[in-house]
Design a protein around this ligand. Structure first.
Ligand SMILES: [Zn+2]
Ligand SMILES: [Zn+2]
Length: 205
């Protein structure tokens, strides 16, 4: 049902799995991982979307090898081709693996993004509504911007809206009212379900 509003097909319905899992492929980035988990949890909480944000390296360690495999297949000369990454990821998902939303932190000293004509000129990271975010930078603005792409805000503002994080240059961490409304509409079903669960929990206390 969500794909109707989403407008892009085919789209992987990662939201059905109610999980976003954050991985680092380099142990040196473990501290950054905690802050990324914090920023994403906060964002999801702001919108009251019932999704768990999980540390992949400790809680889903078996899947880390698949992630590493996909990274190695989609990197050439230290440049990540994220379209290739998405293709490889889709193959795993068809086999019932890595079906949840995925956030991966990569070492910015080691990797850059490909500059192919079909791929936007990504520096900080990429986020796609197919359920994938790859981050080179992990400051709050970068995390919120890319994760919002994954939630379905798939375009930047034209003309630019400097007061919104969905500008290409994200100079704020705040969403404009249009972006907020769009996320709330896309995630209406989940938000309602979350409220039902919350109310039920309270009734039992
Ligand atoms: Zn963007
Ligand atoms: Zn906006």
């Amino acid at each position: 049902m969500k794909s109707k509003d989403w407008g892009i097909e085919p789209r992987w319905e990662w939201e059905k799995f109610k999980k976003v899992i954050v991985f680092v492929i380099d142990d040196s980035l473990s501290d950054n991982k905690s802050s990324v988990i914090g920023y994403i949890s906060k964002l999801i909480d702001e919108f009251k979307i019932p999704i768990n944000v999980i540390d992949g390296n400790s809680e889903q360690a078996d899947d880390l090898r698949f992630i590493k495999e996909i990274v190695s297949k989609s990197v050439e000369n230290n440049r990540i081709n994220y379209e290739k990454f998405e293709d490889e990821l889709r193959e795993f998902r068809k086999k019932g693996k890595l079906e949840y939303g995925i956030v991966i932190l990569i070492d910015k000293e080691k990797y850059e993004f490909c500059s192919k004509p079909s791929q936007s000129n990504a520096i900080y990271g990429i986020g796609v509504d197919d359920g994938l975010v790859i981050l080179r930078y992990t400051h709050r603005e970068a995390v919120r911007h890319e994760f919002a792409h994954m939630l379905g805000l798939n375009r930047h503002h034209h003309p630019p809206k400097p007061e919104c994080i969905m500008n290409y240059e994200c100079s704020t961490y705040i969403f404009c009212i249009d972006c907020k409304n769009k996320v709330q509409k896309l995630w209406e079903e989940e938000i309602m379900e979350g409220k039902r669960i919350e109310n039920r929990g309270q009734a039992e206390i």
